[in-house]
Design a protein. Structure first.
Length: 318
């Protein structure tokens, strides 16, 4: 590691300490000592347990469930680092909260993703790093540097085998078509796009399938799986001639109980491949679930930023 006047340090909140330790080990630095306490009245108290003056801090905190607790914890740590005279604090949040509330779909709605961006910036973050965000336009909500990374290469590598030679990459909607196109290009597979219509706040239905899925095994991609509505969409694919076990490539495995139930009950689903951008507890582990690590990608990016090297090859550029 190239030495700097401002030492590189890795700290973490309570959201995903396992990922933070993996990143610290890859960078050959000690994980910083800090303590988060939940008070009896549900308030959060954070404390830095060592000196951070003039250090370059990378704080690992995906804001997964419970989202609001982890977000407030992040903001409190940013304040603690600022008051402790850290040289800089970069927020590494593989999973960005409220990313699906990035616009006003109807009148009188909050643009929640913009609110989150404002809070992080005002709390003192010098830089923000996230992975496969739901809408790339969120980068423009910040006035500080933002590095929008992608795990598409890592997920695509999993499917580089003869087993998937007859597959097709499927986008669950038009909005994910660009991401699906990257998979199709990397794997040299055809691209299929499903069109869907939202029937209410949490329910969608597929209206038609664009592209040739006849006789091909579907690999459905998406940035996040929460309630698992995308799992229901495979009916349209098999009606259009899909064959074999369907696979899913998902970056962020939120995996609410409804998604796990559908995964268990549908024999047409062969595999769900996800990244560890958020923790996957034992209660959500399933024989069909494959969890890949994003730690090497994040460690590489952190090292490049610290050294002042280019990271453009790792960014979402299209």
């Amino acid at each position: 590691m190239v030495q700097s006047y401002h030492p590189l340090r890795i700290f973490t909140g309570s959201a995903h300490p396992t990922l933070a330790r993996e990143i610290a080990d890859l960078l050959h630095v000690d994980l910083g000592r800090a303590t988060t306490r939940r008070m009896p009245d549900s308030e959060i108290h954070v404390m830095l347990d060592e000196v951070v003056r003039d250090q370059d801090i990378f704080f690992i905190q995906p804001c997964s469930e419970p989202v609001n607790e982890h977000l407030i914890e992040l903001l409190l740590y940013l304040d603690a680092f600022r008051r402790a005279s850290a040289h800089s604090v970069s927020v590494v949040m593989p999973y960005f909260p409220y990313a699906r509330q990035e616009r006003m779909a109807k009148g009188r709605e909050a643009i929640s993703a913009r609110v989150v961006a404002n809070m992080i910036e005002m709390a003192g973050a010098r830089r923000v790093i996230y992975v496969d965000i739901h809408n790339r336009a969120i980068q423009g909500f910040f006035n500080i540097p933002v590095d929008p990374l992608s795990a598409v290469h890592l997920l695509a590598d999993y499917f580089r085998s003869p087993e998937y030679a007859d597959a097709a990459i499927v986008s669950p909607d038009v909005g994910r078509a660009s991401m699906a196109g990257k998979y199709a290009e990397l794997l040299n597979l055809p691209l299929v796009v499903m069109h869907k219509r939202r029937t209410d706040f949490s329910t969608t239905e597929t209206t038609h399938v664009v592209g040739d899925i006849q006789g091909r095994r579907p690999i459905i991609i998406d940035d996040v799986m929460a309630g698992g509505s995308v799992l229901k969409q495979i009916d349209a694919l098999y009606d259009a001639g899909a064959v074999g076990k369907a696979c899913f490539a998902i970056t962020h495995p939120v995996l609410l109980p409804t998604a796990l139930k559908r995964l268990e009950e549908d024999d047409r689903i062969g595999r769900l491949v996800v990244m560890n951008t958020i923790p996957v507890p034992e209660s959500k582990r399933h024989p069909k679930l494959v969890v890949l690590s994003v730690a090497q990608l994040l460690a590489d990016i952190i090292n490049r930023i610290y050294r002042g090297e280019s990271i453009s090859s790792k960014l979402i550029l299209s």
